[in-house]
Design a protein. Structure first.
Length: 541
């Protein structure tokens, strides 16, 4: 489900009536609208650019906006800037039932039934999450015909909350766990997703499509998945708020896996309050998830506790080792520290002991768990290929279309591993948890009496490079909480060279609600999110 290691396709429905000239328009109606389940309904323009979930909900409550109109506006905008215009290539498939779902939710609202704050709001899901009636492919042509018969646990949660499942987003193929030199945002089924700020820059991965799409206002909010960096990095480089929850808080049932010990689905949005609202719908105790029982007592309404003074009196440890790689990022981090101090926080220097010693154990664990988890998913879902071994053979037989840029080294390394009873696996798992948790984050928080750690999330987006793969350098804040299974929030910290950078808040297990509160307070004090500009290139010629 998404490991950040280092060509559009046809959709079920296409909406290609919008010309390039309107891709930045705030009113995004096509002149010749596609037919819907209500062909006579008026097509009043709806401005969806930077529209928040709370604003949309307020307008629906007031009767000035319907789910039908909002859903259609997003479909039109996808046509205008994803299929046409700058061609972000972020949405891999449209839900053919989206308008029908919106109409049903409008009828419920009219009858006095409102399921919650997401009622009638369109949401995009990453294409490794089962949605009944849609393909779930992990971006791979090998699974282009994989149509799950039932929803993933979190897809059911979204439907129950009244969300409209608008479609699926592109991703780094197999969540960036196929090759050691992949290009984030590329998949054989979906092609290369672009960064909406500067189109020749990488959107990061593996939740690339969700990051690009939500930044470009192609839906209200979106769902990504992460093993190590795959929500946090694309959120940061696409100017979004992203949360990688504590493992177990959000179910993994019905999601194509990498790691049972690290995987998590999570919310991505343009504001902290939107992310909190989506997490409220996603979080839940799932007895079918090996980590699900631990979430008992930790599921909450994540919106109600948001307040602007949440950092006052709190002690944050700044990870200085994550700085010193890019002067503009360092300058943004210095401003973030000043803003937190001005809001009443105390900032001290911090360093996670045994820094980096979890790296080798992490890879070993992921190789073992990927083989075990993927084989189980393929067999239980009735997918076209029943094992990792069969996928390797299919990729080899279809290498011209499946592997035009990079190979499947990680697939092959995982296939060579034994089962989860292996002594080597158990040692690697224990070592990773010891270095990242007991001797790492937990020790630092306890020794310095910290409420959370802060750091620059990473560097600005790098150039797309399908020859060499991802060429990101410098430090990243994602690995310690990823290996530990702990929560991690990133929030916009400004722009450098027109490209977003993020501020990370990292805490112990089940501190998700507090991290969102800290991020909200910082966001409200600084207001540094800026909409994308869709520049063709940042390279001076």
């Amino acid at each position: 489900m998404n490991f950040n290691w280092q060509l559009s396709t046809a959709r079920l429905l296409t909406f290609s009536c919008a010309p390039f000239a309107i891709f930045l328009a705030t009113a995004v109606g096509c002149a010749q609208a596609q037919s819907t389940s209500q062909p006579t309904q008026a097509r009043a323009a709806v401005d969806v650019v930077e529209l928040t979930a709370s604003s949309a909900a307020e307008r629906m409550h007031a009767g000035t906006l319907t789910s039908h109109a909002l859903t259609q506006a997003y479909l039109d905008r996808i046509a205008a800037i994803d299929d046409d215009g700058p061609r972000l290539n972020a949405v891999i498939e449209i839900n053919p039932e989206a308008i029908k779902q919106a109409d049903a939710l409008d009828a419920e609202r009219k009858a006095g039934k409102v399921r919650g704050p997401l009622h009638g709001l369109p949401v995009l899901l990453k294409d490794n999450i089962d949605v009944a009636g849609m393909v779930n492919s992990a971006g791979s042509l090998a699974l282009a015909d994989n149509r799950p018969k039932q929803d993933a646990f979190i897809a059911r949660r979204l439907r129950d909350a009244g969300a409209v499942i608008l479609g699926k987003t592109n991703l780094s193929e197999w969540a960036n766990f196929r090759s050691t030199r992949s290009s984030s945002g590329w998949s054989s089924r979906g092609g290369q997703t672009k960064n909406p700020y500067v189109l020749d820059r990488n959107p990061c991965g593996s939740s690339s499509g969700t990051g690009s799409a939500i930044s470009a206002s192609l839906a209200v909010v979106g769902v990504g998945t992460e093993t190590d960096g795959s929500i946090i990095c694309p959120a940061s480089v696409n100017g979004l708020v992203g949360l990688k929850p504590t493992v177990g808080l959000v179910s993994r049932t019905g999601i194509i896996p990498i790691s049972v010990s690290q995987d998590s689905a999570g919310p991505m949005g343009r504001t902290v309050s939107d992310v909190a609202a989506l997490l409220t719908a996603l979080a839940g105790v799932d007895s079918a998830d090996p980590a699900g029982a631990a979430a008992e007592g930790h599921v909450a309404d994540y919106v109600v506790g948001l307040k602007t003074d949440a950092v006052k009196g709190k002690r944050f440890g700044v990870l200085r080792k994550a700085m010193g790689y890019h002067p503009d990022v360092d300058a943004s981090m210095d401003r973030a520290i000043a803003a937190l101090k001005a809001a009443g926080a105390e900032i001290i220097d911090a360093e996670i002991a045994n820094d980096g010693r979890w790296g080798a154990p992490e890879l070993e664990v992921l190789l073992y768990e990927f083989k075990d988890g993927l084989n189980a998913y393929l067999q239980n879902s009735g997918a076209p290929h029943a094992s990792l071994e069969a996928l390797i053979a299919w990729n080899t037989a279809n290498k011209e279309k499946a592997m035009p840029f990079f190979g499947q080294e990680l697939f092959e390394q995982a296939q060579a591993k034994g089962n989860l009873k292996s002594a080597a696996y158990r040692k690697a798992l224990n070592d990773g948890l010891r270095y990242s948790r007991t001797l790492g984050i937990d020790a630092m928080l306890r020794q310095k009496r910290l409420h959370a750690l802060i750091a620059p999330t990473g560097e600005p987006a790098w150039l797309i490079d399908t020859v060499n793969g991802d060429i990101a350098g410098g430090a990243s804040a994602t690995s310690p909480p990823a290996v530990a299974g702990y929560p991690h929030v990133t929030v916009p910290m400004g722009l450098t060279g027109g490209l977003p950078v993020g501020l990370s808040f990292i805490g112990p297990a089940w501190s998700d609600v507090r991290l969102l509160q800290y991020a909200h307070a910082y966001e409200q004090a600084t207001q540094l999110r800026q909409p994308p500009t869709y520049r063709a290139s940042s390279v001076q010629r």
